[in-house]
Design a protein around this ligand. Structure first.
Ligand code: ADP
Ligand code: MG
Length: 560
């Protein structure tokens, strides 16, 4: 039989694609199942406009069958099928998508559910198969055709037998080589795993025959026998497409556990169904505990990304800013395409919009947690507060407006964590600055001589016990027009009483002592002088520059 050659470009493209677009071989199954789902969708849309055609759910399914002996993997669907011309057009020309054409024709009507549009997915089958055979009978015809190809060297088309409308794709799985085993593509458990991973939310049932053991009837000594059963592998309706009102906290927690987002219970979930400039559904979780690998190099931030119910990426990092890297969850958008590479995604406008949107939703959720469920927020803050502070410090403070309202610090007065907003609201009228003191622990800060004068004035002090605190605050600079001031800075901005003002004489009377101390402490202090800020302590350090003593300690301890 005459073999039709792929066009030269197609040939090159095919090789390129097989070797580069897809990094994981297992996605071939996702691509073929998506095509089958598209084909059934097309029947569904036909039925919507054709009165004589009833769409009876039961008749529409996909069946996956592995035959180890014959080394074939068959994917059969009851979709719309392909005519001889369509086999040639859609499968013979790479990068030609019948599905994209269908979508365009149906733009004004339904059709946006269809996944395909690039016209390359089908060829991923050649990553695992030597020969790909497609037998198809299109809707409204009595003739079936068989298309067959061994990859880059072309294809044949001939008349074939097929009872029912639909398509059957038979992959002859490659033999094992020394470097690579292909047997796994014939293992039921492996195939089921892939279906669950990528295609769990295909609307139509994906069926497989699975063998399991059962107790033999009438057997007294507990003998078992194998029995084969047809099973629907996919769960079909994703939780994010379900009505929020019908879902309970337990449902979300179950999803969190099923997805292995974490082993803890999430503190909060966010379920979004956005229908604006960009359409997407998302379920996001704020975990309770720090994942064990959170501060390790292995930790990868990101959300699962689905294109219309089909998983396209495990961890899409572009969806989350670093300071929200603790957020887990998924995004599903019908505006994204299936065969998109990481590089293309980075520049995807839709994705950028989604990321921006998600960022503000997370922030708002955290703010409302802070407002309405303080205990939970503090629990969250214990785990991830540092992350927020690093967020403020990073990128030259560009995220401070985003994050400053989420900060909490221990307060000298309230003796608990307070927000900057609460601090400012409690300031006496004559107080100019927001005061803070740095130290290793709250107890140590309590004992700092530098805090005495500020406290005596009746002013509140924020306790900075995290390395990052002071660095982050330097980026914030001001909160509600109030500047931050360390209690150990030279000028505290506190008006001392006239009677308490350091007099010239105090300085001159002790001149000799001060000179002596300064000489003894050369290289350690730049000046020694009289101060009014102390109450019960004889002496304390203070700084005039930008960098406080505590910051200096941290900077010195950092590896260069
Ligand atoms: P895409 O899905 O992006 O359009 P593919 O390479 O996966 O590209 O498929 C090419 C075309 O082949 C599809 O657009 C569709 O028209 C046709 N096709 C593939 N598989 C099937 C199938 N199982 N049933 C009907 N048509 C199919
Ligand atoms: Mg496809």
């Amino acid at each position: 039989m005459k073999k039709t050659q792929f066009k030269a470009e197609s040939k090159r493209l095919l090789e390129m694609m097989i070797n580069s677009i897809y990094t994981q071989k297992e996605i071939f199954l996702r691509e073929l199942l998506s095509n089958s789902s598209d084909a059934i969708d097309k029947m569904y849309y036909k039925a919507l406009t054709d009165e004589n055609l009833a769409f009876d759910q039961e008749n529409y399914f996909i069946k996956v069958t592995a035959d180890k002996e014959a080394r074939t993997l068959t994917i059969r669907d009851t979709g719309i099928g392909m005519s001889k011309e369509e086999l040639i057009d859609n499968l013979g020309v790479i990068a030609k998508s019948g599905s994209l054409a269908f979508k365009k024709e149906n733009e004004s009507k339904e059709g946006h559910d269809i996944i395909g549009q690039f016209g390359v997915g089908f060829y991923s089958a050649f990553m695992v198969a030597d020969v790909v055979t497609v037998i198809s009978k299109p809707f409204g015809s009595d003739e079936a055709y068989k298309w067959e190809s061994t990859g880059a060297d072309g294809y044949t088309v001939e008349l074939a037998e097929k009872d029912s409308v639909g398509t059957e794709i038979i992959l002859t799985i490659k033999p094992n080589t020394e470097d690579e085993k292909f047997d796994e593509w014939l293992e039921t458990y492996r195939l089921k795993g892939i279906i669950k991973k990528y295609s769990d939310f295909i609307k139509y049932p994906i069926k497989m025959d699975t063998t399991s053991k059962r107790a033999k009837e009438d057997s007294e000594d507990g003998e078992f026998e194998d029995f084969e059963e047809e099973e629907t592998v996919n769960s079909r309706v994703p939780i994010w497409r379900k009505n929020k009102k019908e879902l309970t906290d337990a449902d979300y927690e179950q999803f969190y556990a099923d997805k292995r987002y974490g082993y803890d219970k999430p503190i909060k979930h966010i379920h979004l169904s956005v229908d604006g400039a960009v359409r997407y559904d998302a379920i996001l979780f704020i975990p309770e505990n720090i994942p064990f690998d959170f501060y390790s190099k292995e930790f990868e931030k990101g959300l699962e990304l689905y294109a219309n119910g089909v998983l396209i990426m495990d961890k899409c990092a572009d969806l989350l800013p670093d300071y929200f890297s603790f957020v887990k969850g998924m995004v599903d958008s019908e505006d994204l395409s299936l065969n998109i590479s990481r590089e293309m995604l980075q520049h995807d406008r839709q994705l950028k919009l989604i990321a921006k949107n998600i960022k503000s939703k997370i922030k708002n959720q955290l703010l409302s947690l802070l407002k309405d469920e303080r205990d939970k927020y503090e629990q969250f803050y214990k785990s991830f507060g540092r992350q927020l502070k690093y967020g403020i410090y990073s990128d030259y403070g560009t995220h401070k407006d985003e994050l400053q309202d989420l900060l909490l610090f221990h307060s000298s007065k309230a003796k608990k964590l307070i927000t900057l907003d609460e601090y400012v609201a409690n300031m006496p009228e004559d107080q100019k600055y927001i005061y803070y003191a740095s130290g290793e622990t709250n107890e140590r800060i309590d004992k700092l001589p530098q805090t005495e004068m500020v406290s005596d004035k009746g002013y509140e002090i924020l306790y900075f016990t995290d390395d990052i605190d002071e660095f982050a605050i330097k980026m914030v600079m001001k909160y509600k027009e109030k500047e931050f001031k360390s209690v150990s800075s030279g000028d505290l901005g506190i008006e001392a009483d006239e009677s308490e003002k350091t007099t010239e004489s105090e300085e001159s009377d002790n001149k000799e002592l001060f000179e002596y101390m300064k000489a003894q402490l050369t290289d350690k202090v730049s000046n020694v002088r009289a101060s009014k800020r102390l109450r019960s302590h004889p002496v304390c350090f203070s700084t005039d520059g930008e960098v406080t003593i505590e910051m200096e300690k941290i900077l010195k301890s950092m590896p260069n």
